[in-house]
Write a protein that binds this ligand. Structure first.
Ligand code: ZN
Length: 237
């Protein structure tokens, strides 16, 4: 059995619940590879080999060593690949096609690969302060960065359509360059010399911050939720 652990939901971020509700230390008990964001939607987090990195919206990348740092939303798993990736060149448009034989459409899965990227286009959510806006409002103003010819590691999750709400359906990818100076939420990419793996999960663990009064009292905006996911996460199917 291989399990994907998620703390918080995208529905909570849409409901303006951007306060951190799990520590990095607690999160790391559930895996060594993953992604998320910090309190106030402060940047894009990528977790590789148990190390936590945060891209902040001015483009800087921080290695998070204070494990009391809080996250409102994160997904994590123990890296235990199912197979190697069956391609050595890929871009965002062709990713699903190239993995068609793996039949991922109805299950949660993760990819992680190292490559030389001729193009890497990312965005980084800017930090919000209370009273928090919804993820949809933040989505309209997010710094984007694009570089050519950069080597690094891309990791991401695929979520089935029916889980659009708890998380973003389709692919959700984060990137960290080899020199750890460039990182963020991937909007587009083109890669060669791909070496990496696919991991499929037979269990999805959804953890909720039940001690958090804001979460317990929030009202769910289901109409805004799907528009917000489209605008902010925009997972490619
Ligand atoms: Zn992201």
């Amino acid at each position: 059995m291989t399990s994907l652990y998620q703390h918080g939901t995208l529905a909570m971020l849409m409901g303006k619940q951007l306060q951190g509700t799990i520590t990095a230390a607690e999160l790391l008990k559930h895996g060594d590879t993953g992604m998320g964001t910090l309190t106030g939607l402060n940047g894009e987090v990528i977790i590789l080999e148990g190390q936590v990195y945060q891209a902040q919206s001015d483009g800087r990348v921080n290695h998070i060593t204070d494990l009391d740092t809080l996250l409102p939303f994160a997904s994590i798993h123990f890296y235990k690949p199912t197979q190697t990736l069956p391609f050595d060149q890929v871009d965002f448009e062709t990713l699903s096609d190239k993995l068609k034989s793996a039949q991922l459409q109805n299950i949660f899965s993760s990819i992680k690969f190292h490559a030389d990227f001729s193009r890497m286009h990312i965005r980084i959510a800017p930090q919000q302060v209370p009273p928090f806006p919804s993820l949809l409002e933040v989505a309209t103003n997010q710094p984007e960065f694009e570089v050519a010819d950069i080597s690094g590691t891309l990791m991401g999750y695929y979520a089935p359509e029916i889980f659009n709400g708890p998380t973003a359906a389709g692919w959700h990818l984060h990137f960290l360059s080899d020199d750890k100076s460039f990182s963020g939420h991937v909007l587009d990419f083109s890669a060669i010399n791909v070496t990496g793996t696919l991991q499929v999960f037979d269990e999805f663990v959804q953890h909720f911050p039940i001690e958090n009064a804001g979460f317990r009292g929030m009202s769910l905006d289901l109409d805004g939720l799907h528009a917000g996911i489209e605008a902010s996460e925009g997972g490619k199917k």
